[in-house]
Design a protein around this ligand. Structure first.
Ligand SMILES: [Zn+2]
Length: 311
C-alpha cells in the first residue's frame, strides 16, 4: 500500500504562485482540466493514475477557491509551500507565456542569508567555517516527466523537488567586524526559479570576549597598574585579540589615561587601553611612614582646586 502523502502543495499542483488571485487559480484549473480532465484520454497512461491526478487537481481547486479553507491551509503549511512563481515551471501547461532562455539566465537569484559568530581572534586573523545548507533539489525520480506524471511521484509527493543538505567550507578573510556582510558568489541555496545557486551572504557577529570589549572597530580594555608604575613609568603586558604585547607606561601616568595601540583593533583600527591605578593595600609601618614623608614633601597643588574655583 502506498502511504498517504502528509502534505500536498496545492499551489504547485495548479502551477500558481502562493499569492495567486482567485481568478488566476480558476484559470489555471480550467487549463489543466481541459488537458487532463476525465473526458480526456491520454494514450499510454495508467487510467488509475490519471484519476488520482485529477483528484489532486480538484482537491487543490476546492481548497484554494474557498477563502476560509485556503486560509487554514496556508497557515498550516506555510513552511512547506514553494514560494516561487510556478507558472514558469509549468510553462505551456498552465497557459503562461513561455520564458525565453536568455531571460532565464539573467534572472536574479535569491540570496541565502546566514549569521556566523566569530571570536575577536578570528575577526583579526581571518578564519574558515563549515556551514550546512538545506536546499531544494530536483526530484531524481520524476525529473523530466510530464507534470501530470510528477504529481504521483512518491519520492517528492508531487512537489517536483526534494530537500538536500550540503556542507560548505567558507573562508572569512582577516579584518572582520560586527555586522559586516561577506558575500560568497553562487554558494547560496539552489534557487529553483532561477535554475542556479544564489549568493551566500554571511553577516558577521562578534562573540563576547572575557576581557576585551569593542567600540566601533576599536578594541577596548582596562588594565590595572601599580602606583609605582603610574609614578615611575614602566613596561606592562597587555592582552590583545591575538595574544599579548608589551606596552610602555609613561612616568606620571594619571588613572584613567587611555593608551592607543595602533592597528591592533578590528579591520586595522586601534586598541584602546585604559589604565586603572591600584593603590597598595598591604603596607608595613615603614611604608606608611614613607608615604607620610612623601605627603609632606609633595609640591602638587590640591587636585580638587579647580572644583572650588568653578563653584
Ligand atoms: Zn518526484
Amino acid at each position: 500500500m502506498e502511504s498517504k502523502p502528509a502534505f500536498k502543495d496545492y499551489y504547485y499542483i495548479l502551477g500558481v504562485s502562493p499569492d495567486a488571485t482567485g481568478e488566476e487559480i480558476q484559470e489555471a484549473y480550467h487549463d489543466l482540466y481541459e488537458k487532463y480532465g476525465p473526458h480526456v484520454s491520454i494514450g499510454g497512461q495508467d487510467p488509475d493514475m490519471l484519476l488520482k491526478t485529477f483528484k489532486d487537481l480538484s482537491e487543490a481547486y476546492e481548497i484554494l477557491m474557498d477563502p476560509a479553507k485556503r486560509k487554514r491551509y496556508d497557515e498550516a503549511n506555510k513552511q512547506h509551500i514553494y514560494k516561487g512563481d510556478l507558472r514558469r515551471l509549468w510553462g505551456k501547461l498552465s497557459g503562461a507565456p513561455a520564458v525565453d532562455e536568455t531571460q532565464q539566465k539573467k534572472k536574479p537569484t535569491v540570496d541565502t542569508l546566514i549569521e556566523i559568530e566569530v571570536t575577536l581572534r578570528e575577526a583579526v586573523k581571518g578564519t574558515k567555517k563549515h556551514i550546512r545548507l538545506e536546499e531544494p533539489k530536483s526530484c531524481a525520480d520524476c525529473v523530466g516527466l510530464k507534470p501530470v506524471q510528477r504529481m504521483q511521484c512518491p519520492n517528492c509527493r508531487g512537489l517536483g523537488y526534494t530537500s538536500s543538505e550540503r556542507t560548505e567550507e567558507v573562508e572569512l578573510p582577516a579584518g572582520l567586524y560586527d555586522k559586516l556582510e561577506v558575500r560568497k558568489s553562487a554558494l547560496g541555496k539552489y534557487d529553483l526559479q532561477a535554475g542556479r545557486n544564489g549568493d551566500l551572504v554571511i553577516t558577521i557577529r562578534l562573540a563576547p570576549h572575557p576581557y576585551l570589549g569593542v567600540l566601533g572597530r576599536d578594541i577596548t580594555c582596562t588594565v590595572p597598574i601599580t602606583i609605582y608604575e603610574a609614578v615611575l613609568g614602566g613596561e606592562i603586558e597587555v592582552p590583545t585579540a591575538t595574544g599579548r604585547v608589551i606596552m610602555k607606561v609613561q612616568p606620571r601616568t594619571q588613572a584613567g589615561r587611555v593608551y592607543r595601540l595602533k592597528g591592533l583593533g578590528l579591520a586595522g583600527a586601534d586598541q584602546l587601553v585604559t589604565v586603572e591605578v591600584v593603590t597598595p593595600q598591604q603596607l608595613g609601618n615603614e611604608e606608611v611612614s614613607l608615604y607620610q614623608k612623601l605627603k609632606g614633601m609633595s609640591k602638587d597643588p590640591n587636585p580638587r582646586e579647580s572644583l572650588y574655583t568653578k563653584l
